[in-house]
Design a protein around this ligand. Structure first.
Ligand SMILES: CC(C)(COP(=O)(O)OP(=O)(O)OC[C@H]1O[C@@H](n2cnc3c(N)ncnc32)[C@H](O)[C@@H]1OP(=O)(O)O)[C@@H](O)C(=O)NCCC(=O)NCCS
Length: 176
């Protein structure tokens, strides 16, 4: 389950998540500007307990049994993790999440290449046929990316979970 892709900044390796990746996800969620995190839908102050976040993610990776298919694909560029695509498995529909960690790597056209390829790998591996992604209604870049990736815009919805609270989102659906 890995694939090398060409991007505008150079070759990137898409591969399943490993323990070494945790520090990059942690830095993204705990060190990014809180206003940026809020602009993409996270509730302010939701990422405060860094140690428990780290051990939760590390435990999840360690407890993934051998042969179990990964649900999180990382993008590795020049030896570091720069992005993840996570497929949160559901019965009929799975929820996708996609982030590019470094501000200097956003807005360069990586999103379309990384997300399309990582999602394809995950959907094929798990036999998933229907994926939903619900970006905040003001997250224009993600909304444009969804359109470019062939997702269907099903209009405004209210998205809710403990990390975001309740937010106005656009529901995008992709069916294979
Ligand atoms: C959203 C994100 C994944 C997009 O990936 P990216 O590589 O930065 O995006 P791209 O460079 O491929 O650009 C996406 C499109 O949005 C357009 N865009 C950028 N800013 C925009 C804006 N403010 N308004 C409208 N469109 C905008 C770009 O022009 C591009 O469209 P085009 O190719 O037709 O010109 C990335 O910016 C990111 O990780 N953001 C933070 C995390 C996030 O928001 N995740 C989604 C949570 S649901």
């Amino acid at each position: 389950m890995q694939r090398q892709v060409e991007t505008p900044v150079g070759d990137v390796l898409l591969r399943p998540q490993k323990l070494e990746d945790v520090k990059y996800i942690e830095a993204y969620l705990f060190d990014s500007d809180p206003n940026f995190l809020e602009s993409i839908g996270f509730k302010k102050g939701v990422f405060t307990d860094r140690d428990s976040f780290r051990s939760r993610i590390e435990d999840r990776i360690k407890n993934t049994s051998e042969g179990e298919l990964p649900v999180m694909m990382m993008a590795e560029f020049q030896g570091r993790a720069i992005s993840h695509t996570w497929l949160e498995m559901g019965e009929e529909t799975s929820n996708a999440h996609f982030h590019i960690y470094e501000s200097g790597l956003r807005g360069k056209g990586l999103g379309e290449i990384l997300f399309k390829n990582a999602l394809e790998i995950l959907m094929d591996a798990h036999g998933v046929r229907r994926v939903i992604i619900e970006p905040k209604a003001t997250n224009q870049r993600m909304i444009r990316l969804m359109e470019k990736c062939g997702f269907e815009n099903q209009g405004t919805s209210i998205y809710e979970n403990p990390q975001v609270g309740e937010l106005e989102a656009i529901r995008f659906v992709f069916e294979k």
